[in-house]
Design a protein around this ligand. Structure first.
Ligand code: SAH
Length: 364
C-alpha cells in the first residue's frame, strides 16, 4: 500500500466512502503525495504527452490566435495573459515567441500562470526565463488572478479537475463512491444508499438505464464561471482545448494512465495520472449564464487547419536543419490534426467578452 492509499483508507475509516471527486482531489492534488505535486509527468520517459510537447506549432498558432483577438479588441494595454495548468510552460513559451513580432503586444502582456504544483512551477520558470516577458506571476486558483482584460488559455487543464460521478439506479441518480475493498486489499467503487440531491447531477440526461454513469465537475464549472464572468465584465477571450464531448452524454470517462499505458483507476493513487473527458456542453452553459459568448467547440483539426497549420509547417520545413528534423516536424503536425490521433477527440471552445466578434478558427 502506498502512503496516499494509507491516507485515503484512514479518511474512509473516519468519514465513510469518499466521492470520486474527493478521491481525485487527493490522488492528483494532495500536497505531499498528489500526482501533480510530486513530478513532471510529461514526455517519453513520463506518463503522457500533450499537444505543446508534440509540436511547437501548437503554441505558435495559439499565440497567433491570441494576437488576432487582441487586435480585434483594439490592442488594449495592459493585457493579462492567463494560462491554466501550464505544464512545462512550453505552450506559453511558443505562444510568446509567436506574438513578439506583433507591435505593442509584448510590452502590453502581463503573464499570469495558474498552477498548483511546485515542481511544475519551477519547470515553467525555467522554460520562460528566456521569453523576455518581464512580468510573470503564479497563482493557485484563477479566482486569485487580479481582475482586468484578459486572454486565457487552458490546454488539457479541465480534464485534470475532479468530477463527481452519478450512477442511474432504479430511476434515480445515486452518487458513485469509493470504499475500502471488503474482499482483500485496495479500494473499490460502491453506490450511495440514498439518491443524490435533485440539483446535484447536471440537467440534460435522465437516469433511465440502470448502471449508466453521468459526470460533472464542480471545480471545472466553478473555474469556467469565474473566467466567463471576468471576460464578460472586463473584456477578452479564452480558449479551452481538451478531449471530450460536445454534448452531455452518459459514460464513465475516468481513466488512469501511467507510462503511456492505461492503468486501473483505483490502483496506486498519486502515482498515475487521472483524467476525465470534458463535457463542453456543461462548460458552455455555465459560460453563457455568466454573460460570456461561446464559440464552438470545433475539432482541434478544424481549428488548427483554419489557423494555418500547413503554412506554418511549410515555413518550418524550409528552415529545417536536416531530414530527421523535417520528419519530426511533419510527424508532430500530423499527430495534432490526424483524425485517428488528436485531431477529432480534442476539441477547442472559445469563451469571449463583448467586442471580440467571431474569433479566428471557428467560422466555416
Ligand atoms: N497545459 C499543459 C499541461 C496539462 S497537464 C500541457 O498542455 O502540456 C495539467 C496541468 O494542470 C498541470 O500543469 C497540473 O499541475 C495543472 N493542474 C492540475 N490541477 C490543477 C488545479 N486544480 N489548479 C491548478 N493547476 C492544476
Amino acid at each position: 500500500m502506498n502512503p496516499l492509499e494509507g491516507h485515503l483508507r484512514a479518511r474512509i475509516a473516519r468519514q465513510g466512502p469518499l466521492s470520486v471527486e474527493q478521491f481525485m482531489e487527493d490522488a492528483l492534488g494532495h500536497p505531499e503525495f498528489g500526482y501533480y505535486m510530486t513530478r513532471d509527468p510529461f514526455g517519453g520517459h513520463g506518463d503522457f504527452t500533450t499537444a505543446p510537447e508534440v509540436s511547437q506549432i501548437f503554441g505558435e498558432l495559439i499565440g497567433a490566435w491570441l494576437a488576432s483577438v487582441w487586435q480585434a479588441m483594439g490592442g488594449p494595454s495592459p493585457i493579462q495573459l492567463i494560462e491554466l495548468g501550464p505544464g512545462r510552460g512550453t505552450l506559453m513559451a511558443d505562444a510568446l515567441r509567436a506574438v513578439c513580432g506583433v507591435r505593442g503586444l509584448p510590452d502590453a502582456i502581463r503573464v499570469a500562470l495558474v498552477e498548483t504544483s511546485p515542481v511544475l512551477r519551477r519547470r515553467q520558470e525555467q522554460t520562460l526565463r528566456e521569453s523576455g516577458i518581464g512580468s510573470i506571476d503564479w497563482y493557485n486558483d484563477v479566482s486569485q488572478v487580479p481582475a482586468g482584460t484578459s486572454l486565457i488559455v487552458a490546454n488539457e487543464f479541465f480534464d485534470a479537475l475532479p468530477v463527481r460521478q452519478y450512477v442511474a439506479h432504479r430511476g434515480n441518480w445515486v452518487e458513485r463512491r469509493i470504499d475500502t475493498d471488503p474482499n482483500g486489499g485496495g479500494l473499490a467503487f460502491v453506490l450511495d444508499h440514498k439518491p443524490a440531491k435533485p440539483h446535484l447531477p447536471p440537467p440534460g440526461v435522465s437516469p433511465t438505464r440502470d448502471g449508466d454513469i453521468l459526470e460533472s465537475s464542480p471545480a471545472g464549472l466553478r473555474c469556467m464561471h469565474t473566467i466567463a464572468a471576468r471576460l464578460a465584465e472586463f473584456g477578452g477571450a479564452g480558449l479551452v482545448i481538451d478531449y471530450g464531448h460536445a454534448t452531455t452524454a452518459v459514460g464513465d470517462t475516468l481513466q488512469a494512465v501511467r507510462g503511456h499505458r492505461y492503468a486501473r483507476v483505483l490502483d496506486a493513487p498519486g502515482e498515475q495520472d487521472l483524467t476525465v473527458h470534458v463535457d463542453f456542453a456543461q462548460l458552455a452553459r455555465v459560460a453563457m449564464e455568466a454573460g460570456a459568448t461561446v464559440h464552438g467547440p470545433v475539432s482541434q483539426a478544424a481549428f488548427l487547419s483554419r489557423l494555418g497549420i500547413d503554412i506554418r509547417l511549410q515555413r518550418l520545413l524550409a528552415n529545417a536543419r536536416d531530414d530527421d528534423a523535417a520528419a519530426g516536424l511533419v510527424a508532430g503536425a500530423r499527430r495534432l490534426i490526424d483524425a485517428k490521433q488528436m485531431g477529432e477527440l480534442f476539441k477547442v471552445m472559445a469563451v469571449a467578452g463583448p467586442g471580440v466578434g467571431e474569433p479566428a478558427g471557428f467560422a466555416g
